[in-house]
Design a protein around this ligand. Structure first.
Ligand code: MG
Ligand code: MG
Length: 283
């Protein structure tokens, strides 16, 4: 069942998303050669407590396995779901994916970003740029009357036009009072197929893109997914509410949310015509 959210619920989800955006910005500032992924996790855990939220992933259970940390951290050929460790020190030239979510006042938000550690090579920069572009191209399709396949195809077409591959084994998802709700939102698919998008749906869109082939495998820790061919992988994610006035990016902050969508007026309208959305003034 797909749960539609009211304007009031979307306002709460925006407050939840703003916490995630703020903490991701703090993590971005903390990334440098020499920092361990466990240190990043400690920052996220502390800041989540300070915002009176709780981590979305810690304690998350799949097939009897419990995820032990606040962040999922994926370095280089790691795709998603890496476990932070005091033994994992970031090096100059690494690229690191940080996936983070919280539950705040009963509502989840989920976001991810991939960042360069110091200077990275040209192909890594291109991989990050194309993956982030595919995220925003997908978001631009998240309008009432479009279908899930329109979003999926927009992501896939851009990624493949650049010679990269989308991961098949992990997909985006609905989000709300549960971290993972229906519908699933794959990063591959066909236009005009799948569930039709309606106002009040909230979806986490999360392109996972490999520089080489699409196949991934999970390491013996039961969580960390890596590319089978050892190529690097990038991951970006936003939680997005579908409104009559267009997509509302709950986990983006400030300028970016407006500029990248290229629909600033549509977004302003969303606020003008609805209930006041919490936390908007400092966004
Ligand atoms: Mg995520
Ligand atoms: Mg997600």
């Amino acid at each position: 069942m797909i749960v539609l959210k009211s304007r009031q619920e979307i306002a709460l989800m925006q407050a939840s998303g703003a916490i995630v955006a703020e903490i991701l910005a703090q993590l971005k500032a903390a990334i440098r050669p020499g920092v361990t992924t466990a240190e990043l996790d400690e920052i996220a855990a502390r800041e989540t407590r300070r915002h009176k939220a709780r981590p979305a992933f810690k304690g998350y259970e799949v097939a009897g396995r419990v995820f032990p940390a606040t962040l999922c951290v994926a370095v280089n050929d790691e795709v998603v779901h890496g476990i932070p460790s005091p033994r994992r020190t970031l090096q100059e030239g690494d690229m690191v994916g940080i996936d983070f979510g919280v539950c705040y006042q009963g509502f989840f938000s989920d976001s991810a970003v991939t960042l360069a550690v110091g200077e990275v090579d040209e192909e890594s920069r291109r991989l990050m740029r194309v993956t982030e572009e595919s995220l925003w191209l997908g978001i631009a399709q998240m309008k009432v009357g479009k279908r899930v396949g329109d979003v999926s195809a927009a992501v896939q077409e851009h990624v493949e036009s650049e010679g990269f591959s989308v991961v098949r084994e992990f997909v985006g998802h609905g989000i709300g009072t549960q971290l993972h709700e229906l519908p699933q939102l794959p990063n591959f698919g066909q236009r005009d197929r799948g569930v039709r998008l309606r106002a009040g749906m909230v979806l986490a869109i999360e392109p996972m893109v490999n520089a080489g082939g699409a196949p991934v495998r999970v390491l013996s820790d039961g969580w960390t997914a890596v590319t089978c061919d050892g190529s690097r992988s990038a991951h970006y994610e936003h939680s997005v509410a579908i409104t009559e006035e267009g997509p509302l990016v709950l986990t983006a902050s400030g300028e970016k949310r407006v500029a990248s969508l290229g629909t600033a007026s549509g977004r302003d309208q969303a606020f003008a015509s609805g209930a006041p959305l919490q936390g908007e003034s400092q966004a």
